[in-house]
Design a protein around this ligand. Structure first.
Ligand SMILES: Cc1cc2nc3c(=O)[nH]c(=O)nc-3n(C[C@H](O)[C@H](O)[C@H](O)COP(=O)(O)O)c2cc1C
Length: 393
C-alpha cells in the first residue's frame, strides 16, 4: 500500500467529520489539524491539533489549565505554559498586592503566555474577591488573558482590559450567560458543564451545553470546554461537540505542582464518578453557592439539610487551620477554618480532612496518578492526537 501522505501544512477538519469519527451527530465547526499519515506497516503519525485557540496565543496544544483559586499558583501556571499549553493563575481570594507578586513570580518562571482568572463574588468574611485594583494590575502588567468566573464583569473593567489589548474570556454555565458574556464584550467563552469541579452554577451536561452554545453563537466565537475532562478521549469529544480547546481543572489538581494538600491529591486518585456531589454546604466564606466537591462523611451526614445549614453562621470548633497567600510577603499563617469552610486544603493545612471541602469534578473517574503537569498535558494531547490520527489516517 502506498503512503497516503497528504500534502499541505494544515487541513480543515470539520466538526461534522469529527462527529462521524466519534460516532455522534451535529453541525460543523472548523478544527485545524494536520492529517494523520498512514504508513504501510499500519503505523500512524499523529496530526497536530491546531485550533483558533493555539493560533491566537501561539501555543502548541489546545489545552488551558483552569484558573483555580488557592491551587493554580505560579508553579502550576508556569509548568502548564512551559508544556506548550496555557497556564492560568487562580487569583481568588488574593488581594491586589498579592496578585501583583504572583505575576512577578510567574514571569520569573516562564516567558510563555499565561492568563489570570478572577472570581466575581463578595464574601462576608473576605470581602469582594475582585476589585478595580486587580483589573488595573492585570492591565498594566499586560497579561495575555483575563478570565472571569461566576458573573459578568462591569463595562468599565472590560474597557480597561481591552484598552490594554488583553483578551477577555468569561466562564459561563448556561446559554443565557453565554449571550450576556458576549454582549459584555467577551472574546471567548469557557463553557462549564455540570460535571465541573469547584463553584459551578451549571445544570446542563457539558456536551449538551457546548452544542447548544455553539449552535446559538455561531462558528466565529472561541469556545472552551470545562467539566469532567481528564483524558485524550475527553478532549476529542469536546472538540467534536464544538470546542476550540479544553479547560482542565481537577486533573491538574492531581499534579506535582498544584498547591493542594497531598491528602486531597491522594483522594482524587481513588475516587469514582459518583464520589463527587454538588452541594451548598461549604462556604461560610461564600454561603449557599453550589460547589462540586468530593463526598466525605461530613457531606453525607448533612447534605439533606444543606439549605438550612448554609444560611446559618458556622458552629463548633474549627475543623483545621491554614495559611493564606503562601509564598508572598503577605503570607498569613494560623487562619482557622470554620465548619464547612470553602477554603480547600493546601500543603499548609492541618486538621480533620474528613470534614474539609475538596473541590473535584466528575473527571476524578479517570484520575489514577499524580504526575507533573507537563506529563498530564503531553499524555492527554498524545492520546487525543492518536485517536484523531487513527481515524483520519
Ligand atoms: C480546586 C478547584 C478550584 C477552582 N477554582 C476556580 C476559580 O478560582 N475560578 C474559576 O474560574 N474556576 C474555578 N474552578 C472551576 C474551574 O474553572 C472549572 O470549571 C472546572 O475545574 C472544570 O471541571 P474539572 O474540574 O472536571 O476539570 C475551580 C475548580 C477546582 C477543581
Amino acid at each position: 500500500m502506498q503512503d497516503r501522505k497528504i500534502e499541505g501544512s494544515l487541513e480543515t477538519v470539520t466538526r461534522r467529520r469529527l462527529l462521524q469519527v466519534m460516532g455522534a451527530g451535529g453541525a460543523a465547526v472548523a478544527l485545524g489539524a494536520r492529517p494523520g499519515i498512514a504508513h504501510d506497516d499500519g503505523h500512524h503519525e499523529e496530526p497536530e491539533l491546531r485550533t483558533r485557540l493555539t493560533k491566537r496565543f501561539g501555543i502548541e496544544h489546545p489545552f488551558v489549565g483552569a484558573g483555580m483559586g488557592f491551587v493554580a499558583l505560579p508553579e502550576l501556571v508556569a509548568a502548564v505554559s512551559e508544556a506548550g499549553a496555557l497556564g492560568v493563575l487562580g487569583v481568588a481570594p488574593e488581594p491586589p498586592p498579592v496578585f501583583a507578586e504572583r505575576i512577578s513570580q510567574i514571569r520569573a518562571l516562564t516567558r510563555r503566555p499565561f492568563g489570570v482568572d478572577f472570581f466575581l463574588a463578595t464574601s462576608p468574611t473576605l470581602g469582594p474577591t475582585t476589585v478595580e485594583a486587580h483589573i488595573d494590575i492585570a492591565a498594566s502588567s499586560k497579561v495575555d488573558l483575563v478570565v472571569f468566573h461566576f458573573g459578568i464583569p462591569t463595562a468599565a473593567w472590560v474597557s480597561t482590559l481591552k484598552a490594554a489589548g488583553i483578551q477577555i474570556w468569561i466562564q459561563v454555565p448556561s446559554l443565557q450567560q453565554a449571550q450576556a458574556a458576549l454582549a459584555a464584550g467577551a472574546d471567548g467563552l469557557v463553557v462549564q458543564g455540570r460535571e465541573a469541579g469547584g463553584h459551578n452554577h451549571s445544570t446542563t451536561p457539558l456536551h449538551d451545553l457546548l452544542r447548544e452554545v455553539r449552535h446559538a453563537v455561531g462558528e466565529e466565537v472561541l469556545l472552551l470546554a470545562a467539566g469532567g475532562i481528564a483524558t485524550g478521549a475527553d478532549v476529542v469529544t469536546a472538540l467534536a461537540h464544538g470546542a476550540d480547546g479544553v479547560w482542565v481543572g481537577t486533573r491538574l489538581v492531581a499534579s506535582t505542582e498544584a498547591y493542594a494538600n497531598p491528602e486531597w491529591k491522594r483522594r482524587l486518585t481513588r475516587s469514582r464518578r459518583q464520589d463527587t456531589v454538588i452541594t451548598t454546604l461549604f462556604g461560610p466564606e461564600l454561603p449557599c453557592q453550589p460547589y462540586r466537591v468530593l463526598r466525605n462523611p461530613a457531606v453525607d451526614a448533612s447534605i439533606g439539610q444543606q439549605d438550612q445549614i448554609c444560611a446559618l453562621p458556622p458552629t463548633g470548633a474549627p475543623i483545621g487551620t491554614t495559611v493564606l497567600f503562601p509564598g508572598t510577603s503577605f503570607e498569613t499563617p494560623g487562619v482557622p477554618m470554620p465548619t464547612f469552610s470553602a477554603l480547600p486544603p493546601t500543603p499548609d493545612t492541618t486538621g480533620n480532612f474528613d470534614a474539609m471541602g475538596m473541590p473535584a469534578g466528575e473527571s476524578v473517574q479517570h484520575i489514577r496518578d499524580i504526575k507533573p503537569a507537563a506529563q498530564i498535558v503531553a499524555d492527554m494531547m498524545h492520546e487525543a492526537r492518536s485517536i484523531i490520527g487513527r481515524r483520519l489516517g
